[in-house]
Design a protein around this ligand. Structure first.
Ligand SMILES: Cc1ncc(COP(=O)(O)O)c(C=O)c1O
Length: 379
């Protein structure tokens, strides 16, 4: 490794940097040398690794979390005439996928402290047309799975978790990805395990898993020899190539270490920010273990502070988006916004994500904290 000669004051500190070690490169090279580049045995290994890790019986690799969410909705037969409840504070893909399958996204507010879907609002938004909810374990903060179980049991709605950012989170003894009817992870480069682009659906429902597996392979019911292939239903091509799976699989070999490191870095931020005037921390769901995909703070004058930090080389970032402020969700014919969204508005105005990546040094973290404090004094 080349020794670092830069100091924190001159170094640009990115929001995240993927952990691509020699093992990743070797695995990718092995796939390239094999001559078999599409989805195959390496993707099957990657699926098994993720399924085992989260505690789900089935894992289905897909090209992105967005595509995985769409396929999960289709697997549960959700389409035109159906309503699906989503949180207002999330990446827009959470709601877009509901429209893509022809259903109506019904948007509800989030809890101002956890920034996760407000379960009372979720329950209040259920109508006879509601088929599912798409709660998001945002930033690695797990959902309250006991509460979601209860809503599912009393109202008969499916729970499909948008777990894009929460590999490794857990709540009430259950890992994210094992608690809902299905969950979908992202391996976009902003995630601590990345395949460049990629995603994984996990479920313990064998019928749904078989449907999704066939659907993503053109509707093929089994990987039979070419002459025996049966296309039992319409399907698409949503495979994840062995090249990309090799990148993810090599990182899954280190997943416990990578997660432990993120949690240690988050704990260090908590120490560094303790008592800093004007800085508040989001709340972790009771009984939950955060994966710290994203480490956030709540501050006033967020945009000014963020601009100052970025001008000084610290790549602070907004948390995510309030859907009700985005034009895409403003047409009542295609999206229902249920009531005012004070929790989401607060998060959208005040949430700031700080850099956090595996080989971040203590100097880096102290520099981020100092830059934040200075930017807040001048904002
Ligand atoms: C909550 C949430 N859902 C969905 C997505 C989309 O994931 P992908 O880029 O893998 O499609 C993201 C992306 O960051 C996200 O944060």
């Amino acid at each position: 490794m080349t020794p670092r000669t830069d100091t924190p004051a001159t170094r640009r500190i990115p929001l995240i940097r993927p952990t691509i070690d020699d093992a990743v490169k070797q695995r990718v090279l092995a796939v390239l040398d094999s001559g078999f580049l599409t989805e195959g045995a390496v993707t099957r290994d990657f699926e098994r690794a993720v399924g085992r890790f989260v505690g789900a019986q089935h894992a289905i690799a897909v090209p992105s979390c967005t595509v995985g969410l769409e396929i999960a909705l289709r697997a549960f037969g959700i389409g035109p005439g159906d309503e699906v409840i989503v949180p207002d504070y999330t990446y827009p893909a959470t709601a877009s996928v509901v429209s893509i399958v022809g259903a109506l996204p019904v948007v509800v507010d989030v809890d101002p402290e956890t920034m996760l879907i407000d379960c009372d609002a979720l329950e209040a938004a259920i109508t006879p047309r509601t088929r599912a909810a798409l709660p998001v374990s945002l930033f690695g903060n797990p959902l309250d799975y006991g509460r979601l179980d209860d809503i599912r049991a009393r109202h008969g709605v499916r729970m499909i978790e948008d777990a894009a950012c929460s590999l490794g989170a857990a709540q009430g003894g259950r890992r994210t990805g094992s608690a809902c009817d299905a969950a979908v992870f992202s391996f976009h480069p902003r995630k601590f395990i990345t395949t460049g682009e990629g995603g994984m659906v996990t479920t313990s429902n064998p019928e749904m898993a078989a449907w999704m597996d066939a659907y993503k392979h053109f509707g093929l019911t089994a990987a039979t020899p070419r002459e025996g292939a049966t296309f039992a239903s319409m399907g698409t091509n949503a495979k994840l190539s062995d090249i990309l799976s090799a990148v993810g699989l090599a990182q899954m070999d280190r997943v416990d270490e990578l997660l432990a490191r993120r949690r240690a870095l988050a704990a260090r931020y908590v120490e560094l920010l303790d008592g800093m005037p004007g800085v508040a921390l989001p709340r972790t769901t009771p009984g939950g273990t955060h994966s710290y995909q994203t480490f956030c703070v709540f501050i006033e004058r967020r945009d000014q502070v963020m601009a100052t930090m970025r001008a000084q080389g610290v790549e602070a970032q907004i948390g995510t988006y309030a859907l009700h402020r985005q034009p895409a969700f403003g047409n009542p014919a295609t999206c229902r916004l249920s009531g005012p969204m004070p929790g989401s508005s607060r998060a959208a105005d005040r949430c700031l994500a700080l850099p956090l990546f595996h080989d971040m040094t203590d100097d880096d973290q102290r520099h981020v904290a100092r830059t934040l404090a200075a930017a807040m004094r001048t904002a």
